[in-house]
Design a protein around this ligand. Structure first.
Ligand code: PHE
Length: 486
């Protein structure tokens, strides 16, 4: 794709759009984050809630976000401004674009640090240091990496440079081609790992943990509301929603491509990879006496053990972490693409200059995230009881992304004309009405419900009542003061 400044680029085909958007969606969120949050929240019941969030919130919002991008034909901020004007709405709607750009910025700060861990594991696993290793050894070796701020800094820096080099050159055919090899490669290695997990003798324990819903544990733990918010936030995160990424990719999408079909393919592949990662990791957890609640280190404490115990493990392990880095890379690129495209289209900055500037800012903020694991892990460096790393994750996944998703859904179904949306989505009358009703009522209701619930600090009858009352009031106000377009 060419630089947006001169002539707006376009994906050369439907397949390439799907590949690039899948490259954005599939990343650390699937392989690193999903298994550890599923582990922390007791497995099955959480996974079920997550899948419901993907279907009832993630997919409808993804369709809306890609649609807004394609119709706006600009970067997320300008697209939202143009669409608001086209629909005779306030230009304040460009806030959606700003919110997304800001969220992408903050996410990349910690994303790059975690991608740095994956980079560090490439030579580690290849060296054979995990051959025959125990769970204890895997744990200690991760702690040693976390304790070394210099190593973390080096890997974080390398990853940021990798990201900026691609973005500076324009999201191009190189990335499209890389994703074409990466996805099948990642899938194949996941299958090999699944074979290993099966051989541990703990496969069914892992599957039970992941797929047998145990709501009692969730309710009794008293953190049901928090778990639902985590699942909802992760549905946005894993599908790369609310950060302008899908909007900007949508703006490069040719008119004849079906947004609906593309969305289903992307969301399907994304969910499959996440579930496979869980199916690989949990049997290894149980076979090695590790805890499913190991937190952000879970992936790095388990997968090296698998490679340490299989034939040609060092080679496959090397390949696996290279692919994880690639997956993270194609995601991180799409996080800064929105802000870079805004800068190149609205200022005199060149793409290279804009990327360098953004890259340096993210790199500096990333330092605070990586220090959260060593020098700044103490209480004196915490805000609201959270390290900078945890705070960046919390503020984006649990506040900014759901809020952005809510606004995207609201704008699409309440502000734009029906005919405009329908022609963009390319759906039959029935399917279109179905999408509209789900987005207008169910998606919006669920996001508000989860928000109110987290504000009230627990799920109860009152919370249901308050959020339902808020929704009804919102709908009535909208109808009264916000006339619908045909
Ligand atoms: N979806 C990516 C992942 O799961 C993360 C991401 C979020 C990428 C937002 C781009 C924009 O790893």
């Amino acid at each position: 794709m060419s630089d947006g400044q001169v002539k707006r680029g376009q994906w050369s085909s439907r397949l390439l759009f799907i590949l690039a958007a899948t490259g954005s969606a599939v990343g650390l969120g699937n392989i690193w984050k999903f298994p550890y949050i599923a582990g922390e929240n007791g497995g099955g019941a959480f996974v079920l809630i997550y899948l419901i969030c993907i279907c009832l919130v993630g997919i409808p919002v993804m369709m809306a976000e890609i649609m807004l991008g394609r119709r706006g034909q600009k970067n997320p901020i300008e697209s939202m401004k143009a669409l608001a004007l086209e629909s005779n709405r306030s230009s304040a709607w460009q806030f959606i674009g700003w919110l997304g750009v800001a969220a992408g910025f903050i996410v990349l700060c910690f994303y790059s640090v975690v991608a740095g861990w994956a980079l560090a594991y490439v030579p580690r696993v290849a060296s054979g240091m995990f051959e025959g290793a125990t769970g204890e050894f895997a744990r200690e070796s991760l702690s040693a990496l976390w304790a070394s701020s210099e190593s973390l800094l080096a890997w974080h820096t390398i990853f940021m440079v990798m990201t900026c080099v691609v973005v500076a050159r324009g999201v191009n055919a190189g990335l499209e081609k890389a994703v074409q090899i990466l996805m099948p490669g990642l899938f194949t290695l996941m299958l090999i790992l699944l074979g290993y997990s099966y051989s541990t003798g703990y496969f069914s324990a892992g599957i039970d943990f992941l797929f047998k819903p145990n709501f009692e544990a969730l309710f009794n733990g008293g953190h049901f509301g928090e778990a639902v918010l985590t699942a909802l936030g992760h549905a946005f995160f894993t599908l790369s929603l609310s950060m302008g990424s899908m909007m900007v990719y949508g703006s490069y999408l040719p008119k004849d491509v079906s947004i609906t079909k593309a969305t289903f393919v992307i969301a399907g592949v994304d969910t499959l990879i996440a579930l496979m990662a869980g199916m690989v990791i949990f049997p290894i957890v149980f076979a090695n006496g590790l805890s499913p609640e190991a937190g952000p280190g879970l992936l790095f404490k388990t997968i090296p053990l698998a490679f340490g115990h299989m034939n040609y493990g060092s080679f496959f392990g090397f390949l696996f972490f290279v692919l994880v880095v690639f997956a993270a890379w194609s995601s991180s690129i799409s996080m800064i693409e929105p802000v870079v495209s805004w800068l190149t289209e609205n200022t005199k900055l060149t793409r290279v200059y804009a990327t360098t500037m953004i890259g340096v800012i993210v790199w500096i903020l990333g330092l605070a995230c990586l220090l959260s694991f060593n020098l700044w892990s103490g209480e004196e460096y915490q805000f609201f009881g959270k390290t900078f790393f945890d705070l960046a994750d919390y503020v984006t996944s649990k506040i900014m992304l759901p809020l952005g998703g809510l606004l995207i859904a609201y704008f699409a179904v309440w502000s734009m004309s029906k005919s405009a949306i329908r022609s963009e989505l390319g759906l039959s009358q029935g399917a279109f009405e179905f999408w509209r009703v789900v987005t207008k009522y169910i998606t919006i209701y669920l996001v508000v419900l989860v928000f109110v619930n987290s504000l009230c600090g627990g799920m109860s009858f009152n919370v249901w009542m308050i959020s339902s009352a808020l929704i009804v009031a919102g709908l009535l106000l909208t109808r009264a003061f916000y006339p619908r377009r045909a």
